[in-house]
Design a protein around this ligand. Structure first.
Ligand code: ADP
Length: 218
C-alpha cells in the first residue's frame, strides 16, 4: 500500500531513506534548506522543497500535519533537529523518527516524544561486527541490550527436520519468527514446518540464547 512520508534533511542518511522510499513506490516529500540538495532530489522524491523546518508556519504551510510519518535527518545542527522534532510532535504528527548525533541528543529527543531514535553509524557498526564474526549471520537487529532478532542460514544440522523435532524454544529459549526460502517468506511457521538446507531462519531471543543456538546447532 502506498504511504506518505516526509524526509527532512537530505544528507547521506536522509538522502538514502528518501531515495529508497521513493523507489519502493511511496509518496515522499523531501525537504532541505540547501537548494543544491533539493535540486539533486527532485527526481528521487514526489516533491522536493527548500524550507527551514525550525519555523512552525513553514511546517504548517507544507501540510506536514497530514503526514503520518516524518523522518528528521538533520545532521550536525542538533538545535534544529530538536526544535523541528518538538514542533512535529506539537502538531500531532503520529510517527516522528529522528537521527541522533550522540547520547545527549538522544536523551532530549526521548523527552520531547520522538517515536524512534536512530543512530545509523552505531547500529550499522553493531550489525557489521556480527556479520564479521559469523559467516552464518545474514542480519542482526538489536532490540535492546539483551534481546535481538537474527537471520541465520540453516545448516545441514537443522535441515530436513521439523521445528517440532528441533524444539528450539525449549532447548534454546529462542523463537522462529519466520523462514526465508528463496523469494518466499513463511511467517510464524507451524511446528510441522520442515526446515530445508539453505533456508534462512529469522530468530528472536536473548543474545546469550541466540549465541548458544548459533554455536551448537549450526
Ligand atoms: P548526514 O550525516 O546524514 O550526511 P548531514 O549533516 O550531511 O547529514 O545533512 C543534513 C542535512 O540537513 C543537510 O543537507 C542540511 O542542509 C539539512 N538541514 C540542516 N538544518 C536544516 C533545517 N533547519 N531545515 C531543513 N534542513 C536542514
Amino acid at each position: 500500500m502506498k504511504k506518505q512520508f516526509a524526509v527532512i534533511g537530505l544528507g547521506r542518511f536522509g538522502g538514502s531513506v528518501c531515495k529508497e522510499l521513493y523507489s519502493m513506490g511511496h509518496e515522499v516529500l523531501a525537504i532541505d534548506t540547501n537548494e543544491d540538495k533539493v535540486n539533486e532530489f527532485a527526481n528521487y522524491s514526489t516533491h522536493a522543497v527548500i524550507a527551514n523546518v525550525t519555523d512552525e508556519n513553514t511546517l504548517l504551510s507544507l501540510g506536514i500535519r497530514n503526514f503520518e510519518h516524518v523522518i528528521v535527518a538533520i545532521g550536525d545542527n542538533i538545535q534544529a533537529s530538536i526544535l523541528c522534532t518538538l514542533l512535529l510532535k506539537e502538531l500531532n504528527v503520529s510517527q516522528v523518527w529522528v537521527k541522533a548525533q550522540n547520547n545527549y541528543h538522544h536523551k532530549v529527543l526521548e523527552k520531547i516524544g520522538a517515536d524512534r531514535i536512530i543512530h545509523p553509524e552505531h547500529d550499522m557498526g553493531v550489525r557489521i561486527a556480527h556479520y564479521l564474526v559469523s559467516e552464518k549471520i545474514i542480519d542482526y537487529i538489536e532490540l535492546s541490550p539483551d534481546y535481538s532478532i537474527m537471520e541465520l542460514i540453516a545448516s545441514n544440522k537443522v535441515a530436513n527436520r521439523t521445528i517440532f523435532e528441533l524444539d528450539i524454544r525449549a532447548k534454546y529459549g529462542c523463537t522462529i519468527l519466520g523462514i526465508k526460502r528463496g523469494e518466499e517468506v513463511i511467517i510464524t511457521p507451524f511446528p510441522d514446518e520442515l526446515i530445508l538446507d539453505k533456508d534462512i531462519l529469522i530468530l528472536i531471543g536473548h543474545n546469550n540464547d541466540l549465541k548458544r543456538f548459533e554455536d551448537e546447532s549450526l
